[in-house]
Design a binder for this molecule. Structure first.
Ligand code: UDP
Length: 235
């Protein structure tokens, strides 16, 4: 296998499947199966999940809500998604732990780095909920932060497009996909991979980012096996 330990970032929106809101149990089950396939190959998997399918702090702020209050709601939304994902993973037979950046002791473990690493070594899938625990951050930043903390080999950003393009492929038909690109080129070309905070944190810590289509069944396993899937961003 190409990687021993990975951090998989899934957006909240990905969980919606074809719905406009909330969680699609079928999509969740598909993800769980794909994740099981790589855990069965001995890959250690940690997951950061977004909350955009339920709530985003900026959306609240745009209708006059206090931003910090809204961000708290967003962070709790990621915990809801984390619980849903945990359920789906356990249904597929995987042992899991959910750790949160904000304490909800009756529901999940608090984030403890060494404990998270121990879970991974024991073959448990660790889901990190609650983002970074701070307002004004995103779950992309949380994903990079946790990936560095647990010394993951790479961050795998599962999206609905199959990589990074010269322009938005959903809007521009002439857009061309990169197989590989450096952090510097992404910045120079003004491409959007993650928000700036998350992206720079990744760059400074030499953590490769792989953007790939998580909605194509089997892609995750192919990627882990070393097949050229998606776009890799590194030094
Ligand atoms: N959030 C936050 N701090 C964090 C991570 C997330 O305040 O460290 C809040 C923020 O309001 C954000 C929401 O949680 O809009 C959902 O996260 P995000 O938008 O990153 O989810 P995704 O786009 O991946 O679904």
């Amino acid at each position: 296998m190409k990687f021993k330990r990975i951090l998989l970032k899934l957006s909240g929106e990905a969980l919606m499947g074809n719905r406009n809101y909330g969680i699609d149990p079928e999509r969740l089950a598909e993800y769980a199966k794909d994740i099981k396939d790589i855990v069965d190959k001995g890959v250690e998997v940690a997951i950061v999940i977004g909350g955009g399918n339920i709530f985003r702090g900026v959306a609240g702020a745009s209708v006059g809500m206090d931003r910090v209050q809204g961000d708290h709601m967003g962070m709790l939304a990621t915990v809801i998604n984390g619980l849903a994902l945990q359920g789906a993973l356990e249904d597929s037979g995987l042992p899991t732990r959910l750790q949160t950046a904000i304490k909800i002791n009756e529901v999940a473990e608090p984030f403890i780095r060494r404990r998270a690493i121990r879970h991974l070594e024991k073959g448990r899938v660790v889901i990190f909920g609650g983002g970074t625990g701070n307002p004004y951050f995103t779950t992309d930043s949380a994903a990079v932060l946790r990936a560095i903390e647990i010394e993951a080999d790479a961050i795998l950003k599962g999206t609905r497009v199959d990589g990074i393009y010269t322009a938005d492929p959903e809007k521009d038909e002439s857009a061309i996909k990169f197989d590989h690109i450096t952090f510097e080129e992404v910045l120079k070309k003004g491409l959007k991979v993650m928000d700036t905070t998350a992206f720079t944190l990744s760059q400074e810590n030499k953590l490769p980012i792989i953007v790939f289509d998580m909605n194509k069944k089997g892609n995750l396993l192919k990627l882990i096996s070393g097949e050229k899937i998606g776009t890799t961003v590194d030094l």
